[in-house]
Design a protein around this ligand. Structure first.
Ligand SMILES: [Zn+2]
Length: 99
């Protein structure tokens, strides 16, 4: 049954399209996350800060990034070699207030 569920999950992810591979520059641990990763992280971080519930369940991939012992600022997006939270990677301007 779990094989089937894994396959289903993989199909879902293929439908979502985006896959991001990250590496922690502190310890070298690798991560793979799917979907709108930067956006999910921002949403999850925000909901943690404010105690508000997110608009939906946070994916395990994203939780794993937050649970890592090192700060997310240390994460490198492996295909570009740029910092994960760099706006060239996220496509988002994180310099301004997030509301
Ligand atoms: Zn690390």
């Amino acid at each position: 049954m779990s094989n089937f569920r894994n396959r289903l999950r993989r199909l879902e992810r293929e439908a979502e399209g985006e896959r991001m591979t990250l590496r922690c520059s502190e310890c070298g641990e690798g991560f793979t996350a799917y979907g709108d990763v930067a956006l999910e992280c921002i949403a999850y971080g925000w909901s943690k800060d404010t105690g508000e519930k997110g608009y939906r369940e946070t994916p395990e991939d994203i939780k794993r990034l937050f649970e890592h012992e090192h700060d997310m600022d240390a994460f490198i997006e492996t295909t570009t070699g740029l910092p994960f939270m760099d706006r060239r990677v996220t496509g988002l301007d994180l310099g301004g207030p997030l509301g």
